[in-house]
Ligand binder design. Structure first.
Ligand SMILES: NC(=O)c1ccc[n+]([C@@H]2O[C@H](COP(=O)([O-])OP(=O)(O)OC[C@H]3O[C@@H](n4cnc5c(N)ncnc54)[C@H](OP(=O)(O)O)[C@@H]3O)[C@@H](O)[C@H]2O)c1
Length: 307
């Protein structure tokens, strides 16, 4: 079997497409033949070394988190799946390995793929969907009448956040680049371009969710009502330091969201949660396409690798 690996942390040049032997699944694990795997910025940030303090020092390390595929074998204690099940989910950061023909994942990280959801959509949904669910449901507490600003509304997380907030009946205002405003407005959401001064006329918000990490924290905090929260998924030490002293700054991570996997599957099945796919490509092209995305020269939207 083939997979994308790296033998040391670094830039795109450290990636290799190598043969490996897929191990048998251990207790609580599932062996999956991968059909589709979706690229997230997280994947190259891990390869660059962002998580090295929490990862072991063994190399090579496999790349890739979000996947869909078919269960080939289940380990002891796995009751939720049997061979032949179509599944999707995200392999945790300590093992990764979704950019491959097969992977061994924890059963708890996977869920059955609804038949009406394609393997490509299912693979693309997990990290964006879980991150948005944590932000919109757990942090913003979306509900009818609650006002939520989604800053960076056209990316995978931003678009998922709009869709999830809409299912809760929240009052959504979106901010995005000028050339994406029509697409955002097509979702039935009031949209402003980055930097549009007219945004200041909007009444205060119960939650401001910055999906891109470019909204100055102090500015986001000033848009909040009393009791409102600023939600960040791209924290830096400076942003967190500025935010936490206020008591109104909250973080959201995909890893906090596994309890929302059934919701993500259900919304996708109902057609209420989709991700914009920019390109589908065979797995053997993954290294070139990851490098392009990382350099900012890839297409705008999700890249999915097919086996
Ligand atoms: N904390 C966590 O667990 C977590 C989880 C997921 C992501 N993140 C981080 O959050 C950030 C956003 O993630 P993401 O997955 O939403 O990134 P993404 O889909 O690549 O979106 C990033 C930007 O690319 C442009 N773009 C993406 N899709 C587009 C489309 N269909 N049409 C037009 N433009 C599009 C938009 O730029 P403009 O806004 O300039 O138009 C968008 O804001 C990344 O830095 C990522 O690392 C964190």
């Amino acid at each position: 079997m083939k997979r994308v690996v790296y033998h040391r942390y670094g830039g795109p040049e450290v990636m290799r497409f190598e043969e490996f032997a897929l191990p048998a699944p251990g207790a609580g694990e599932v062996q999956v033949a991968i059909k589709a795997a979706a690229l997230n910025a997280f994947d190259w940030k891990v390869r660059q070394g962002m998580m090295k303090l929490v990862l072991n020092r063994r190399f090579p390390k496999a790349m890739g988190s979000d996947l869909s595929g078919i269960v080939v074998a289940v380990g002891p204690g796995v009751a939720d799946f049997t061979a032949g099940d179509a599944v999707f989910g995200s392999v945790d950061v300590k093992r990764q390995g979704a950019f491959a023909e097969g992977v061994v994942a924890k059963a708890a990280e996977l869920i059955r793929k609804p038949a009406s959801v394609s393997f490509v959509q299912a693979a693309a949904l997990t990290i964006p969907g879980l991150t948005a669910a944590v932000a919109i449901l757990d942090r913003a507490k979306a509900a009818p009448g609650r006002r939520i600003l989604i800053y960076g509304a056209i990316g995978a997380v931003g678009a998922a956040a709009i869709q999830i907030a809409q299912t809760q009946g929240a009052d959504i205002v979106a901010v995005g680049s000028a050339n994406s405003l029509r697409q955002i407005a097509d979702r039935g959401v009031r949209a402003y371009a980055y930097g549009d001064a007219a945004l200041a006329q909007e009444p205060a918000f119960d939650a401001v969710f910055d999906t891109v990490g470019t909204l100055v924290v102090g500015k986001g905090l000033r848009m909040l009502r009393r009791g409102g929260v600023f939600i960040d998924i791209n924290p830096t030490p400076a942003r967190a330091a500025r935010g936490f002293i206020t008591g109104r700054y909250r973080l959201a991570f995909a890893t906090m969201g596994s309890k929302h996997l059934p919701l993500i599957a259900s919304l996708a099945e109902q057609g209420l949660l989709t991700v914009a796919i920019a390109q589908e490509a065979p797995l053997h092209q993954a290294i070139d396409l990851i490098a392009a995305a990382e350099r900012g020269t890839g297409p705008r939207g999700k890249t999915v690798f097919l086996t």
